[in-house]
Design a protein around this ligand. Structure first.
Ligand SMILES: NC(=O)c1ccc[n+]([C@@H]2O[C@H](COP(=O)([O-])OP(=O)(O)OC[C@H]3O[C@@H](n4cnc5c(N)ncnc54)[C@H](O)[C@@H]3O)[C@@H](O)[C@H]2O)c1
Length: 318
């Protein structure tokens, strides 16, 4: 597998700067490009702000910052790159135009990767002459700390390209989640968007304030999700029978107006997928062991919330 050495980051806003910090902190040579006036100064200022935390956390060294160069010419920025991460605004026309432009200027075996939050790679690669090297790598803010990156290939993507990107992300201590079937919003954003839309309904209908909605996550499900995600969290809420009992008890609630989103039909096939999935995830561990691990984790996590933000969102202020 060809090794990736030179990385170019196109668009140096919130996410572009985050990728730059992630790659630099792992010793990569990074070229940055952004045509906006003052973009270089803004990038340097944001790296200067976040670098001390990365040093204190043993993630980065001071000298890593010297491996950054800034280009104002796109051709010069991308022509020697092995991997290009695109982070321009989330608009289909801009993305497709910039990706096609990059495609025309790079080595044919360079990987072109988009940070898009929602577009499918099959759409974004349409105007490229070499669509086989175009993928989506969707990160989460702040990219230099959050490990998850969703890697998605399109209809025309060479599967080898996904593997090369996966190896790069593992080399910078990320957790690449390969999304095998592309969908709008990938996986993480699909889930976040569902909560976001519900949160907006709740505020819009005058049910609760933004502060109360935030508290309902910070002190509750948010803590558990940090360890187990939506499936195992509920598996442990089903007693000895786990998800099997959970579905039996709460399956009918899928028909109640508990959400403004419509639930899928709870068919036997879906129930079986969910139950066997949870059982496979926890194979070899009994419920008591899982509960103990979750509880220890939650005690530490709630302490952390209190350390960093006492009374968070229940009248407390940062
Ligand atoms: N903000 C998030 O939490 C988040 C998380 C994951 C993914 N994303 C995705 O990352 C991408 C960037 O989002 P952001 O939040 O960093 O936006 P942003 O507005 O902070 O940054 C966009 C940057 O793109 C630059 N730009 C505009 N036109 C350009 C061009 N033609 N060539 C190069 N650069 C250009 C702008 O000058 C700006 O610096 C979007 O696709 C977004 O969906 C955002």
């Amino acid at each position: 597998m060809k090794k990736i050495k030179n990385i170019t980051v196109v668009g140096t806003g919130v996410i572009g700067a985050g990728w730059i910090a992630r790659f630099l902190s792992h010793g990569y040579q990074v070229t940055a490009y952004d045509p906006a006036p003052g973009a270089e100064e803004k990038l340097n200022a944001s790296l200067k702000d976040l670098w001390p935390t990365l040093i204190e956390s043993d993630i980065a060294k001071e000298e890593h910052l010297q491996n950054l160069s800034f280009e104002t010419n796109l051709k010069e920025a991308v022509e020697n790159a092995d991997f290009i991460q695109e982070n321009v605004p989330e608009r289909e026309d801009i993305k497709r135009q910039v990706l096609a432009e990059i495609d025309g200027l790079t080595k044919v075996d360079a990987i072109i990767s988009s940070s898009t939050s929602g577009y499918m790679p099959s759409l974004l690669q349409k105007d490229c002459k070499h669509p086989e090297r175009v993928i989506v790598s969707h990160p989460f803010n702040p990219v230099y700390i959050i490990p998850l990156v969703e890697v998605v290939g399109g209809e025309q993507t060479d599967p080898e390209v996904v593997l090369r990107a996966q190896a790069l992300f593992e080399a910078v201590d990320m957790k690449p989640l390969i999304v095998r079937n592309e969908i709008d919003g990938h996986i993480g954003d699909r889930l976040m968007e569902a909560i976001w839309r519900e949160a907006l309904h709740i505020v819009n209908d005058g049910i609760a304030t933004t502060e109360e909605v935030d508290a309902s996550i910070i002190y509750g499900p948010g803590l558990r999700w940090a360890l187990m995600g939506p499936f195992l969290t509920l598996h442990l809420a089903g007693g000895d029978q786990g998800m099997r009992h959970m579905l039996h008890q709460f399956g009918p609630a899928l028909k109640l107006p508990w959400t403004k989103l419509e639930a899928p039909e709870l068919t036997d096939e879906l129930a079986d997928k969910v139950i066997t999935g949870c059982e496979a995830q926890t194979e070899g561990q009994d419920m008591a062991q899982l509960e103990k691990r979750r509880d220890e984790f939650l005690v530490k996590l709630t302490d952390l919330v209190e350390d960093y933000w006492p009374g968070a969102n229940l009248g407390g202020r940062l």
